[in-house]
Design a protein around this ligand. Structure first.
Ligand code: UD1
Length: 417
């Protein structure tokens, strides 16, 4: 277990660069299994979830080598279809993203039920319904999911909910199916567009990614390619909120400002000055943030992954805000910890009423999942005195060197492993 010790109340200043998007890299690494030949992916963030994903690719027979800097080269001539013995699959939910490519390439897969953050039930029924519609026979039992098919045939798939993972898995599977697949009510997150771009560069035929109707014409084979993943909008948003809670002024480099609009719009509503450049934003928060309500929604709504950090920001805002979580049913685990630090928050179902306070106080708190952990780091930065955050390894699943990056911005953060 590692801990972060944070001494709060320093205004952040300077610049910080965000890494490649975790949520783009994970499906793109899975998509390398679709290709004959090798792919090289650049701007791969050094994160625990990415390490677990590359370990899963290893289990499937992929050869992975460093391509210099943050690049990884992945070659998988003939992936295995049975990943059920691979311990890493239970460590992250995104492990299930290899299912679609395996079904497409090997016509079958066996995988354990996916693990990941404890933020809700997180079923994979939408993925499975889609695989079945494409022609797979699915069996679920004893903690494993198996699928087999003779052929995959394009069809129309309507998703009951615009699931990011289901859209990605089905886009990958349909890319090697016979004929045309149409995914309706598809997710439109930037990470979907990035994945589609990678598959198309390999010879895929996907149109409409980034809209709620994606059309995929299956091709006989895909060939490995070179791709650079988009920057991580959630990492960027978290540093922006860190500037806001510390009344700081920072520049955040390596971002696509357009992808940050749902977050920057809220920061502006909270009285924070945000300026956009080509590939950077500056965040200037002279005063205590003002209360502003949020409701998490699929993109381009406010991202659920920013809900916990934003709640921490609202806990030191002027006024009362309402935070509504509509995506995951158990994503308020940071709130009892924020309350330990002096936050005034009441929850009722999926709604939190956050009464801003001028002062939080340092305490011993526990990170229960990735974004909950990030929220505690923000609260600690705003708090008087020292905060000890245990289970910082959860935070490392999504933030590379958060302690070092914050220290470079002037924060006092120390890691104890
Ligand atoms: C992805 C992101 C995660 C983010 C989430 C929502 C990755 C690796 N992770 O997760 O950081 O919080 O999108 O933006 O990209 N659902 C079902 N059945 C399914 C699939 C999903 O009921 O088959 C439900 C989930 O339980 C959840 C909601 O749909 O309540 C959204 O899930 P989904 O969009 O699939 O999220 P993930 O792809 O798991």
């Amino acid at each position: 277990m590692s801990k972060l010790i944070v001494s709060g109340m320093t205004n952040l200043e300077g610049s910080v660069s965000v890494g490649g998007s975790k949520n783009s890299t994970l499906p793109i690494l899975a998509a390398t299994l679709l290709a004959n030949g090798c792919s090289t992916i650049y701007d791969v963030p050094y994160l625990l979830d990415i390490k677990n994903m590359t370990d899963i690719l290893h289990c499937l027979g992929a050869e992975i080598t460093n391509a210099g800097g943050s690049g990884l080269s992945i070659c998988c001539k003939k992936p295995g279809w049975d990943v059920s013995d691979c311990e890493y699959t239970t460590k992250l939910r995104a492990s299930f993203l290899v299912a679609g490519p395996l079904l497409a390439r090997c016509k079958r897969f066996k995988i354990s039920m996916p693990g990941g953050c404890r933020i809700g039930l997180r079923p994979v029924d939408l993925h499975l319904k889609g695989f079945a519609a494409l022609g797979a026979k699915i069996t679920v039992g004893h903690g494993f999911i198996e699928a087999k098919c003779r052929n995959l045939t394009g069809t129309v798939i309507y998703l009951d909910f615009p699931s990011v993972g289901a859209t990605e898995n089905l886009m990958m599977t349909a890319s090697l199916a016979n004929g045309l697949t149409i995914i309706e009510n598809a997710a439109i997150e930037p990470e979907i567009v990035d994945l589609a771009g990678f598959i198309n560069s390999m010879g895929g035929k996907i149109v409409g990614a980034g809209t709620d109707t994606i059309k995929i014409t299956g091709v006989k084979e895909l060939t490995g390619q070179v791709h650079t993943v988009i920057p991580d909008r959630i990492e960027a948003g978290t540093y922006a909120a860190a500037a806001a809670v510390t009344k700081g002024k920072i520049q955040i480099d390596n971002v696509i400002p357009e992808h940050l609009t749902p977050i920057t719009a809220k920061l502006r509503e909270a009285g924070v000055e945000v300026t956009e450049g080509d590939s950077f934003i500056t965040v200037d928060a002279e005063n205590q943030p003002k209360a502003a309500d949020i409701k998490t929604l699929p993109y381009p709504g406010f991202p659920t992954d920013m809900q916990a950090p934003y709640t921490a920001m609202m806990s030191v805002a002027e006024g009362t805000s309402i935070v509504t979580e509509t995506i995951f049913e158990n994503r308020f685990m940071h709130i009892p910890e924020l309350i330990k630090m002096g936050a005034d928050i009441k929850t009722e179902g999926r709604t939190a009423v956050v009464k801003g306070t001028k002062k939080l106080t340092g305490s011993k708190v526990n990170a229960t999942d990735l974004r909950a952990g990030a929220a505690l780091v923000l609260a600690a930065l705003a708090a008087e005195g020292e905060t000890e955050i245990s289970h910082a390894e959860y935070i490392d699943r999504g933030y590379y060197n958060i302690d070092k990056k914050l220290s470079l911005l002037g924060a006092q953060v120390m890691r104890i492993d």
